[in-house]
Design a protein around this ligand. Structure first.
Ligand SMILES: [Mn+2]
Length: 361
């Protein structure tokens, strides 16, 4: 595995490449071209400039999170082939720049959804949180506005204001898209891009839906072992792979995370490792918050998660995921430096112990 951190680019991120370079063991960053819109072609020049900037700081551009898939492709509009052709061109340009990992998601309208971006915990740290009652009480339009207000002045990935301005229109676009149709549109997209992925050895890694169920009546399909395996079988090519995000699959406690990692052996190309703390698991008041990475702060056995990755031969980039906001830092919610740095070293500690233990037999 390669330890990485997500970085939003010098124009948008409060965290610098120089700071990331000083996090023990971190050798790469995962980034994106933040000022592109879904559907447009990424130029080779723009990709090259990003790569040079990262390399000048002594780090590697280990992958892209994300190359977003535009809504026409997701709903299967008449013009989707034009946008798929653009996506293929982007992938070819990434390949020519020697980038071989692309994370993406296939969630309708909303990317990840939370009801609070700064819930105060007992130790004074703040975290992202989800409460079902709060979701049930709000209008989807208001959620976009409140996410924007809570973002510390940063632009949240997937919640870009230009996109959220047309939320009503987006709902209209998806009104006839059920789970089966969305799945078929995803398969259509993957089959179309597999040749370019094979040519340039680009591993596509789908990020699960977060949370792992439908919100606001919009269907979601990448949320369980059964569904992700169905996708792996539908396009049975190693380049059709998975971003294993423990915090997203883990929102549904029925998902057995270490088991899922084992059955997805060989198809996990990228790992997001974080923990969640559940306060209530009843249907009406389902409530969780994003804990720090260590096992005892949340509900997941982080040792078993990392062990499953190790034992299945996972060799892709891994990154700590959302962290708490601590020590007075002001940053994009979930993406401060300090707690993610603690997460990165913790995960490496688990990995080293598991690896040495296995080697000594
Ligand atoms: Mn994730």
């Amino acid at each position: 595995m390669e330890m990485t951190m997500r970085w939003y680019g010098s124009r948008y991120d409060t965290v610098t490449l120089q700071q990331i370079r000083q996090v023990p063991g971190v050798t790469g960053v995962i980034s994106t071209l933040y000022d592109t819109t879904p559907g447009e072609v990424w130029t080779r020049e723009a990709i090259h400039a990003l790569k040079e900037e990262v390399e000048a700081a002594g780090l590697r551009l280990s992958g892209i999170e994300s190359v977003n898939v535009c809504d026409s492709i997701k709903v299967g509009d008449a013009d989707r082939d034009k946008y798929i052709a653009n996506y293929i061109e982007t992938l070819a340009n990434l390949g020519k720049e020697d980038i071989h990992l692309v994370c993406y998601n296939f969630m309708p309208v909303f990317d990840w959804t939370r009801t609070e971006l700064a819930r105060v915990r007992a130790d004074g740290s703040t975290v992202l949180a989800y409460n079902q009652k709060a979701i049930d009480a709000i209008d989807a339009n208001d959620l976009a506005a409140s996410m924007d207000k809570m973002s510390n002045g940063t632009v949240l990935p997937g919640w870009e204001p230009e996109r959220m301005a047309k939320v009503q229109e987006l709902f209209e676009m998806y009104k006839d898209v059920d789970g089966e149709k969305l799945f078929q549109n995803l398969v259509y997209f993957l089959k179309a891009i597999m040749p370019v992925c094979n040519e340039y050895d680009i591993k596509m890694a789908i990020h699960p839906d977060d949370p792992a169920w439908s919100v606001f009546g919009l269907t979601r399909i990448i949320n369980s072992e059964k569904n992700i395996l169905r996708l792996m079988e539908a396009v049975d090519d190693v380049h059709n792979g998975v971003t294993f995000c423990s915090g997203s699959y883990g929102t549904n406690l029925e998902n057995d995370l270490p088991h899922m990692i084992r059955v997805l052996k060989g198809r996990i190309h990228f790992a997001h490792v974080r923990n969640l703390h559940f306060n209530d698991t009843s249907r009406e008041n389902y409530d969780f918050e994003e804990a720090c990475h260590i096992s005892k702060d949340g509900n997941f056995d982080m040792y078993e998660i990392v062990k499953a990755l190790y034992e299945t031969g996972f060799d892709g980039p891994i990154r700590p995921d959302h962290g708490r906001m601590i020590w007075g830092e002001k940053a994009m919610p979930g993406y401060g430096l300090y707690d993610r740095a603690l997460g990165a070293t913790y995960i490496q500690g688990l990995w080293e112990a598991i690896e040495k233990n296995a080697q000594r037999g």
